[in-house]
Design a protein around this ligand. Structure first.
Ligand code: PLP
Length: 358
C-alpha cells in the first residue's frame, strides 16, 4: 500500500504510463481476490466497504425484481448494514419478512422455504453472524430457490465468512455477495460486491464517471485495493492451518472461561473466529472497558451497537440478564494461547472481586 501511495499513484483511468500501471495493479488485485472467491475477475466490483456492497446489492436487487413483487426475506440477526437499507425499502413500500433464529442462534433453510412467496424478489442471508459466529445455510437456500424455480435473487453478506468458512458463490448459485477487506487483515475502507454473470445490467448505486465497468463510479482506491489483495494473499497462505489454529484457540478459550463462576456460553456458533459468551447480569460495556484498561480487547456484542442492546440477542430470546452480559471474543491467525490466558486471568480476577465469597 505504501508503494502504491508513494510510487504507483496514477489514476487507473488515465492514459499516461503511471495510469496504465495503476490499471494493471487494480486488475491484478481483482484477480487475486476473485481467485480466492472462486469467481471470474470481472464478476467482482470494488466498493468503499461492506456496508456499501450491501446497500448496492439490496437496493438494486429490489429494483431488478420490481415487476415481480415487493416481498423480501431476511433474518432478524443481519448486520445493520443489511437491516437499515431494508428498513428504508420498507418505508418505500416493500414488505420485509425477518426470520428469527432459535436459542442457539441458528436459522434453517426450511424457514426460508416457509416464507418464500410468488412475489418474493430478494432473500438476504449472511454467511456468518458477526455476534454469535453461527454459520447460516446459504448454499441450501440457493438450492431451495432453484428447486422452487423462484426468480428471487439471493444476496449474501459474507463479510464475516470470507476466508473463515467455506464460501463459494458461483458453485452455490448465489447472485450477490458482499465482502470487506478489514475482516481478513486488510485495510478499512475497501470492499467488494460479487455479481453473478446472469445479472446483466445490474443497476449502479453510484452512477457517475463509469469506473468499474460502468457499475460503480468513483476513482478507484488503488492503495486500498492493493492492500485488500495482499491481505487475501497472506491469509490464503496455509489457510487450513490458520483456521485450525483459530478453532483450537476458540475451543481452549471457551473451556477456560466456562470454569469462571457466572460465565455462560451464548449460542452455538461454529465459525472459527468468533466466540460468544455472557458474564450473566453484568453490563458487557463495563467489562469491555475494564479489560481494555488491562490491554485485553474484546467486544460487547457488535462494535456497531455502541452500548445499545443487541438486536441479535433479543431475536434469539435470551433472558435479559444473559443478553446484558454478552461479550464476543475474536480470534485471528496471530492470536496466541497467552492472549487467551490473559483474558482468562483478567476475567477471573474480575469475578473474584465481584463475588469474594465464591
Ligand atoms: N456485515 C457484517 C456481517 C459485518 O460484521 C460488518 C462489519 O462489522 C459489515 C457488514 C460492515 O462492513 P464495513 O465495516 O466494511 O462497512
Amino acid at each position: 500500500m505504501y508503494r502504491v501511495l508513494t510510487e504507483q499513484f496514477g489514476n487507473p483511468s488515465a492514459q499516461y504510463p503511471l495510469g496504465f500501471e495503476a490499471r494493471s495493479l487494480t486488475e491484478d488485485s481483482r484477480a487475486v481476490i476473485a481467485g480466492a472467491l472462486g469467481c471470474k475477475a470481472d464478476s467482482l466490483y470494488f466498493t468503499s466497504c461492506g456496508t456499501e456492497s450491501n446497500n448496492w446489492a439490496l437496493r438494486s436487487a429490489a429494483w431488478h425484481g420490481r415487476r415481480t413483487g415487493k416481498h423480501i426475506i431476511t433474518t432478524a440477526v443481519e448486520h445493520s448494514a443489511v437491516l437499515e437499507p431494508l428498513r428504508a425499502l420498507e418505508q418505500e413500500g416493500y414488505e420485509v419478512t425477518r426470520l428469527r433464529p432459535d436459542r442457539s442462534g441458528n436459522i434453517t433453510a426450511e424457514q426460508v422455504a416457509n416464507a418464500l412467496r410468488e412475489d418474493t424478489v430478494l432473500i438476504s442471508m449472511m454467511l456468518v453472524n458477526n455476534e454469535t459466529g453461527c454459520v447460516f445455510p446459504v448454499e441450501e437456500v440457493a438450492r431451495l430457490l432453484r428447486q422452487r424455480e423462484s426468480t428471487a435473487l439471493l444476496h449474501c453478506d459474507a463479510v464475516q465468512g470470507f476466508l473463515k468458512v467455506p464460501c463459494h458463490p458461483v458453485s452455490w448459485g448465489v447472485d450477490l455477495m458482499s465482502l470487506s477487506a478489514h475482516k481478513i487483515g486488510g485495510p478499512k475502507g475497501i470492499g467488494a460486491l460479487y455479481i453473478a454473470d446472469t445479472l446483466k445490467n445490474f443497476r449502479p448505486l453510484l452512477p457517475g464517471g463509469g469506473q468499474e465497468r460502468g457499475l460503480r463510479s468513483g476513482t478507484e482506491a488503488t492503495a486500498q485495493i492493493a492492500g485488500f489483495a495482499k491481505a487475501v494473499e497472506l491469509r490464503r497462505d496455509n489457510l487450513a492451518e490458520k483456521l485450525a489454529h483459530m478453532a483450537a484457540l476458540k475451543a481452549y478459550c471457551r473451556e477456560k472461561l466456562l470454569t469462571i463462576p457466572g460465565v455462560e456460553p451464548v449460542g452455538e456458533g461454529t465459525a472459527p473466529h468468533i466466540l460468544c459468551m455472557s458474564l450473566v447480569g453484568y453490563p458487557s460495556a463495563n467489562i469491555v472497558n475494564e479489560l481494555g484498561e488491562k490491554g485485553v480487547c474484546i467486544s460487547a456484542g457488535s462494535a456497531c451497537h455502541k452500548g445499545r442492546p443487541s438486536h441479535v440477542f433479543s431475536a434469539m430470546g435470551l433472558p435479559k440478564k444473559v443478553a446484558a452480559g454478552t461479550f464476543r471474543v475474536s480470534f485471528g491467525p496471530d492470536t496466541t494461547e497467552a492472549d487467551v490466558d490473559a483474558l482468562y486471568e483478567a476475567l477471573k480476577d474480575h469475578q473474584a472481586r465481584r463475588f469474594p465469597m465464591l
